[in-house]
Design a protein around this ligand. Structure first.
Ligand SMILES: Nc1ncnc2c1ncn2[C@@H]1O[C@H](COP(=O)(O)OP(=O)(O)OP(=O)(O)O)[C@@H](O)[C@H]1O
Length: 443
């Protein structure tokens, strides 16, 4: 396949000449005569390199480098500067251009430079396309669940994804708030830009301020160099502020300012910094109550809760447990190279009866452990952690056989399914244990 180069120059003669020279080298060449048309072509076509004049009728070609890099970060740009304006070339390089050519003077440099730039852009584009593929897996298709509550949450999130609106995700720990935030970002127009997530409860107030907004060298002991904050890292992308309810009142004020004016002041700075970042926030607290009771700024709460999505706890969507468990079984079995595993009825019934305090995160961890322990293709209750209430899974009948069955189940759970150890603790032979496991269908 021919690699594509876009030439943007309003001087038709020069544009045509350059186009001919480059075509002769086997490249596919597209031509535009102003910045606006150039950007349009860039978006429609699989361009790897842009050669752009600096003095375009509608835009400065040096500024255009930034726009090109924002739209397609892997594309390389060579600027064409008029004789005597080397300063332009330097500025172009600072903006991210691959190089610059002085019109008329550098004819011998053109083709080698083009080849180098194409090689670099090809490497970058491959890496970029891999990353895009990986992020595509983080969109709403990665959200498992058929229950009404989850379907409603997904439908709301899909609607708001396309906008630039701030979203507040509410739900218990492990209900998928970060998964939703990531899906919203990856289905938004910002998807090719960074998604930056931070848990506000993991830092002290001072550290969090510097993490979020960055600092100037010397702002505090240990601040040796200027440091970019996460808001700047997320420029043109999305920032996800998890556990927002934990933020100190001072930082809440600073965040409110970002929401209102898109500006903030770095720690130790005197100037404001401007950012264009979409904010998604989450908490497992009742933020409205926190605000009503004076622990969270009411004005910030209203700003953040423009669009609120409630994520149901796993205990309120029991119908999804089997689906999620099967999904993670497949994932972990594949990871550990095991054959596909099946859940027996008792196993599933215990999953359904369990109170999932840690929600999907807890379910995922339980399944990972079960997959590691499983020796057989069918999963049985004995593989589950001891806090899974086995007794309740079977009938409550008090006949001797049932009591024996429950007792064996308990000991098996205690030994994590180790038959020799179980037999030893029960004071019976391993063969007898196997017979009983068979008889009571515990295997
Ligand atoms: N709908 C879902 N389908 C599949 N996996 C999910 C789903 N929701 C969450 N998970 C998985 O559950 C785990 C917890 O999810 P996540 O971190 O998004 O929860 P959270 O609500 O942000 O938790 P916390 O409040 O503790 O930060 C992750 O491993 C995630 O991949």
């Amino acid at each position: 396949m021919q690699n594509t180069i876009l030439i943007i120059d309003d001087e038709k003669k020069l544009n045509d000449l350059l186009s001919r020279i480059i075509s002769l080298e086997g490249f596919r060449v597209l031509q535009a005569f102003n910045g606006k048309d150039g950007i349009k072509l860039l978006q429609q076509e699989d361009v790897l390199l842009v050669i752009s004049d600096v003095k375009l009728p509608d835009v400065n070609g040096i500024e255009l480098v930034k726009t090109i890099k924002e739209k397609k970060p892997y594309v390389e740009v060579i600027n064409l500067t008029a004789y005597g304006t080397i300063a332009d070339g330097v500025k172009a390089m600072q903006n991210g251009a691959f190089n610059y050519i002085t019109k008329g003077d550098d004819n011998d440099r053109i083709i080698p430079l083009v080849n180098q730039a194409i090689e670099k852009a090809l490497r970058q584009s491959e890496k970029f396309k891999e990353e895009v593929k990986a992020t595509a897996r983080q969109n709403f298709n990665s959200i498992i669940g058929n229950s009404k509550a989850v379907s409603e949450a997904v439908s709301l999130a899909r609607k708001v994804a396309a906008t630039d609106t701030t979203v507040l995700l509410l739900g218990e720990t492990g209900t998928g708030k970060e998964v939703f935030a990531s899906a919203i970002h990856h289905e938004s127009e910002r998807r090719l830009m960074p998604f930056v997530a931070i848990n506000c409860s993991s830092f002290t107030a001072e550290l969090l301020e510097s993490e979020l907004f960055g600092h100037k060298a010397g702002a505090f002991t240990g601040a040796l160099k200027d440091k970019k904050g996460l808001f700047e890292e997320a420029q043109h992308g999305t920032i996800f502020l998890d556990e927002i309810g934990e933020m100190s009142p001072e930082l809440q004020a600073k965040l409110l300012r970002v929401l209102e004016s898109k500006t903030f002041i770095k720690v130790g700075d005197t100037q404001t910094t401007r950012v264009n970042v979409r904010i998604l926030a989450a908490t497992n607290r009742d933020l409205k109550k926190e605000a009503d009771e004076g622990r969270f700024r009411l004005d910030l709460y209203y700003r953040l809760s423009v669009f609120t999505i409630w994520l149901p706890s796993l205990n309120d969507r029991k119908g999804d447990i089997e689906l999620l468990a099967a999904y993670y079984l497949k994932q972990f079995a594949a990871k550990t190279g095991k054959r596909p595993l099946k859940m027996n009825e008792d196993f599933l019934s215990l999953l359904n009866k369990h109170h999932w305090k840690g929600n999907i995160r807890e379910l995922k961890n339980v399944i990972e452990r079960v997959v590691i322990l499983a020796d057989e293709d069918t999963l049985t209750p004995t593989l589950l952690p001891p806090d899974f209430n086995y007794d309740n899974a079977s009938s409550n009948s008090l006949d001797l056989a049932n009591i024996e069955k429950q007792h064996i189940q308990k000991v098996l759970a205690h030994t994590y399914g180790n038959k020799a150890e179980t037999a030893r603790l029960l004071g019976i032979g391993v063969t007898t244990l196997y017979r009983k496991i068979d008889e009571y269908k515990l295997g």
